[in-house]
Design a protein around this ligand. Sequence first.
Ligand SMILES: Nc1nc2c(ncn2[C@@H]2O[C@H](COP(=O)(O)OP(=O)(O)O)[C@@H](O)[C@H]2O)c(=O)[nH]1
Ligand SMILES: [Mg+2]
Length: 302
Amino acid sequence: MSFFEKLKQGLQKTRKGITERIDQVLVSFGKIDEELFEELEEVLITSDVGVETSIKIISDLRKAVKEKKVTNPQNIREMLKYELKKILNKGENRLNISTSPSAIIVLGVNGVGKTTSIGKIASLLRKEGKKVVIAAADTFRAAAIDQLEIWANRAEVDIIKHNEGADPGAVVYDAIKAAKARNADVLICDTAGRLHTKKNLMEELKKIHRIIDRELEGADKENLLVLDATTGQNAISQAKTFSEFVNVSGIVLTKLDGTAKGGIVIAIESELGIPVKLIGVGEKMDDLQWFNPDEFIDALME
Ligand SMILES: Nc1nc2c(ncn2[C@@H]2O[C@H](COP(=O)(O)OP(=O)(O)O)[C@@H](O)[C@H]2O)c(=O)[nH]1
Ligand SMILES: [Mg+2]
């Protein structure tokens, strides 16, 4: 199956939730009037696009329809696609990891898909010819280390681990040493999603950053926050919380295959101003894809 077909399949629920409903609206109107715009706006809002963003998209659409003197509702489809692409094409969606080594720190609450995404990212990067080292810095549970090791083996990359309960900073320190010694291109750090308190968690993340900044001075660094698309607006508030403590450089949005409200991608980009860099559309190794806004909208609305 091609990359694009896979994306389309992964977005099947959202295609039903957004695209089919948009098409139903468009066929049910004989002419373009205010009510049509309102119904389109409602489809977007109820698909987690976010209220403000939905209003902005429809307002731009309304202007474009007026300017171009469009009268047939069927012509709105392409125009709406254009508006959706426009709102998504604002940030840099590619990872900034051009130095060797560079570092990727993966953050997020428990269960969103950090560990599995790390395996998938490692595999994507390895296939691009990069040498990857993974740091098992979620030392909170032994199972987390074992799980990461399984994914590292699947991705055929190296992993540096300590025992359960070890200092995550020490794991990262050792992993940096290993990355340098092995001439690795990218170091990817797993982190704990839950500690005894939020304060502990944030202190630990800051410590990991300090070690990377000191030991990998001048290296490119990505702080990828993993969010679960099925949690909707809750994902937005998680992003806001993490952003208070660390500078999140990109989002990995997982489980898009599990929601009809994939509009959350648009809300994240426009409300948070943080670019989505990868999207997850399933549990298998090749189910995590680089996020390309134009392809995403094409797959959603083709
Ligand atoms: N359907 C689906 N499941 C996913 C996706 N990404 C992760 N998962 C599942 O989410 C669960 C939690 O993932 P895990 O990486 O352990 O989360 P962590 O606690 O953040 O490290 C696992 O069962 C994953 O297979 C995705 O894109 N789609
Ligand atoms: Mg984990």
